[in-house]
Ligand binder design. Structure first.
Ligand code: KIV
Length: 268
């Protein structure tokens, strides 16, 4: 039986220069396949607001949404390390609420860690969650829960001042004791500098090839999203939209034409 991966494996991979793989998953069948593929970490991302629940942003996602989906994921997984993404307002209001909500991911959903967006402004909160014995993954650069403050989905850290702030935040997160840092939508040169500066594994999304690991939203990778929009950093490894639509059209045609079900698919 496959051994569950732990945070120690990821520090080891960084030291040995081996790449870390991470994907999102939000439900049982997809988590099963991601686990079978040997992916190191699964993030039950609040991106489920957009990929699964049809919201325009991650902001409406609640703790109850996250716990329900995290439970489905943890049931399917044998080897991957599972991180629950703390949704908007689950950790910003008070440290007490933050610890309680982080604890729900571990106690009620069976996750092994949580992810928190932000740098220095979240230092105390991250410290308290870590004090409770819960591993924390940081998230710097484009932080989608602050999308209105950032003025949209834009590359972050483009000028020297903004880049320095992100580097300092990464160093602070390392000092606090996070086990990994997601770097989202930052220039590859900045991601490279951070990756070389901190001993904590960096996981990039739209942050170039030099991070210690990579993450993508699984629906993006599989081409399972409505519409044509595709961010520059997304590589499509499949076109599920096309495959599923073709199956559905075939089903409709066969039912309407009296071709399904034949007796082969009938009791008697
Ligand atoms: O919610 C999410 O899927 C994420 C990843 C993009 C890192 O935060």
């Amino acid at each position: 039986m496959a051994r569950k991966k732990t945070i120690i494996d990821f520090f080891e991979k960084k030291r040995e220069g081996k790449k870390i793989t991470m994907l999102t998953a939000y439900d049982y069948p997809m988590a099963y396949l991601v686990d079978q593929a040997g992916i190191d970490m699964i993030l039950v991302g609040d991106s489920l607001g957009m990929t699964v629940l049809g919201y325009p942003t991650t902001i409406p996602v609640t703790m109850d949404d996250m716990i329900r989906h995290s439970r489905a994921v943890t049931k399917a997984v044998k080897q991957a390390f599972i991180i629950g993404d703390m949704p908007f307002l689950s950790y910003q209001v008070s440290d007490e609420e933050a610890v309680r909500n982080a604890g729900r991911f571990i106690q009620e959903a069976g996750c092994e860690a949580v992810k928190v967006e932000g740098g220095r402004e979240r230092a105390n909160t991250i410290e308290k969650i870590l004090d409770a014995g819960i591993p924390v993954m940081g998230h710097l650069g484009l932080t989608p829960q602050s999308i209105h403050k950032l003025g949209g989905y834009r590359v972050q850290g483009k000028d020297q001042k903004a880049a320095t702030r992100i580097i300092e935040d990464a160093q602070l997160l390392e000092e606090l004791g996070v086990f990994a840092i997601v770097l989202e939508a930052v220039p590859w040169q900045l991601a490279k500098t951070i990756t070389e500066t901190v001993n904590v594994p960096t996981i990039g999304i739209g942050a170039g090839p030099h991070c210690d690991g990579q993450v993508l939203v699984i629906h993006d990778l599989l081409g399972f999203v409505p519409g044509e929009f595709k961010p520059k950093f997304v590589k499509r490894y499949a076109n599920l939209n096309e495959i599923i639509l073709s199956a559905l059209l075939q089903y409709r045609k066969e039912v309407e034409g009296g071709k399904f079900p034949t007796l082969e698919y009938s009791y008697g």
